[in-house]
Design a protein. Structure first.
Length: 162
């Protein structure tokens, strides 16, 4: 099936999935797919439903990239590409930091228990882990900056402190 790609008003690439009427042929009456898609684009220009988008491209469904970091998609007039700087920021803010915060909360409990029992050696060890967790976003940033593929970025997992 074909898709219509364009750049939305926020700069993020968008994909319009036409609502084909006839499930068997995918067209309306004698209309070709190209005619139908041209009509869909024209209708969206007339109604302004897609904002100020003026550059559209009709592509095969297979040309749409993986959905990882969808808000990092950008349409340059020829294809959808990932803005890797945005994707890296999303990885850090939406995946790494929330996981880090959960781990940090658990370490906070361990630290409090160690202090309550008077076990200073354990408290010192837990505090070192807490500091490593607090520093993690800065320590993984060079690794994230080196990743140039959204699939590899999605697969990246930091070395979590013990």
């Amino acid at each position: 099936m074909k898709r219509i790609i364009f750049s939305g008003p926020d700069g993020i690439a968008a994909v319009l999935i036409p609502a084909y009427v006839d499930e068997v042929t995918g067209m309306r009456g004698n209309e070709t797919e190209e005619e139908y898609l041209a009509r869909v684009i024209a209708r969206n220009h007339e109604t302004g439903e897609l904002g100020p988008a003026t550059i559209f491209k009709i592509v095969d469904e297979a040309e749409i990239p993986v959905r990882h970091y969808r808000n990092a998609w950008r349409f340059d007039g020829t294809a959808i590409k990932h803005d890797m700087a945005v994707a890296r920021r999303m990885k850090l803010d939406e995946e790494i930091r929330p996981e880090r915060n959960q781990r940090l909360a658990k370490k906070d409990v361990e630290f409090s228990r160690a202090l309550a029992t008077g076990n200073q050696a354990t408290a010192d060890s837990v505090e070192a882990s807490r500091q490593a967790l607090r520093d993690l976003p800065e320590t993984v940033q060079p690794t994230l900056d080196a990743i140039t593929d959204p699939v590899a970025l999605k697969a990246f997992t930091p070395a979590w402190p013990a």
